[in-house]
Design a protein around this ligand. Structure first.
Ligand code: DOR
Ligand code: ZN
Length: 349
């Protein structure tokens, strides 16, 4: 196969940042995806509908600074806190621009200090309202208990948080974001009720050895952290299975080069530049290129209850060398697998 045309995909998990950073990265996503779920972990976090709509307007303004981009729609989210009210959820839903609410356990990752400290103790009114509106809860599924090994935090989360949450709110739509383990994938595959998961390109392409190959490689550090090979294989199996419960979410998370290559480097991989090329590589290696469209373009809108896109995206078999860095305001950004080559390239008309 030398060319592949699919329904235009969407990115169901994306960090766009704000200000100069937003202007630097937004076009990369708009060139590949028709829509993206925009993460709310700004500083301060996006906790109200008013803030989400203002952020949306800044994204639109940043898009207008680039010429010739295809149409792109940002799907906004709210950041759940211990103090999120049921009224705020209803307002968000009624705005028609906020599509989900994100749960960050307090301290789990970048800008998560305002996150939830006790989900079933403090957030029941908000969760009830979400369940009533049919708006998904997007879950960063890692416990933050420092006694739990960093590689086990997702599996322990399933037991300690995900199962009790879904027993208490069986009709709540839940997206288990960026799953990284066999435990996460099997839970989502087998659980009852409305649940799905996003999977990133880095967790499909790499295991944890990639972080340490030839020395510490900070550009392979993200959260949840890459896991061992058996987990990577389980994720590839889930993504390429054809199950509508698994769909694309890059978790593209830009951080300036200097903050990645640092004594305490930030978590996040930049993949917006070459997301579809990375996913096509995974699906081709698994012998399942015919299933890429379901994962990238169909399962996501179906789960969210949104229409599928009607335009298309074409990938061509062509050697593409990932640039060493790209501009990022006053700084630069190192894309995942910089300097390496891929055998697919998105065709930009
Ligand atoms: O690696 C990550 N980076 N994981 C997250 O959960 C947050 C993200 C970011 O915002 O940088
Ligand atoms: Zn994320």
């Amino acid at each position: 196969m030398t060319q592949l045309t699919i329904t235009r995909p969407d990115d169901w998990h994306l960090h766009l940042r704000d200000g100069a950073a937003l202007k630097a990265v937004v076009a990369d996503t708009a060139r590949q995806f028709a829509r993206a779920i925009i993460m709310p972990n700004l500083r301060p976090p996006v906790t109200t509908t008013e803030q989400a709509l203002a952020y949306r307007a800044r994204i639109e303004a940043a898009l207008r600074e680039h010429e010739g981009l295809p149409a792109f729609t940002p799907l906004m989210t709210l950041y759940l806190t211990d103090n999120t009210t049921a009224d705020e959820i209803v307002r968000a839903h009624e705005s028609g621009q906020v599509y989900a609410v994100k749960l960050y356990p307090a301290g789990a990752t970048t800008n998560s200090d305002a996150g939830v400290t006790d989900l079933l103790g403090k957030c029941t009114a908000a969760l009830e309202a979400l369940q009533r509106c049919g708006m998904p809860l997007l879950v960063h599924g890692e416990v933050t208990d420092p006694r739990i090994d960093v590689f086990d935090r997702e599996a322990v989360f399933v037991e300690r948080v995900m199962q009790p949450l879904r027993r208490a709110f069986p009709e709540l739509k839940v997206v288990f974001e960026h799953i990284t383990t066999k435990d996460g994938a099997e839970y989502v595959r087998d659980a009852e009720g409305p649940i799905a998961a996003t999977i990133t390109p880095q967790h499909l392409l790499y295991n944890r050895n990639a972080i340490f190959q030839g020395g510490v490689r900070p550009h392979w550090y993200c959260l949840p952290i890459l896991k061992r090979e058996t987990h990577r294989q389980a994720l590839v199996e889930a993504a390429t299975s054809g199950s509508p419960r698994f769909f694309l979410g890059t978790d593209s998370a830009p951080h300036a080069r200097g903050l990645k290559e640092h004594a305490c480097g930030c978590a996040g991989c930049y993949t917006a530049l070459h997301a579809m090329e990375l996913y096509a590589t995974v699906f081709e290696r698994a012998g399942c290129l015919d299933r890429l469209e379901g994962f990238a373009s169909l399962h996501g809108p179906d789960f969210y209850g949104l229409p599928r896109n009607t335009d298309t995206l074409t990938l061509r078999r062509e050697t593409f060398t990932i640039p060493d860095e790209v501009p990022y305001g006053d700084a630069t950004l190192v894309p995942l697998a910089a300097g390496e080559s891929l055998e697919w390239r998105v065709v930009h008309y």
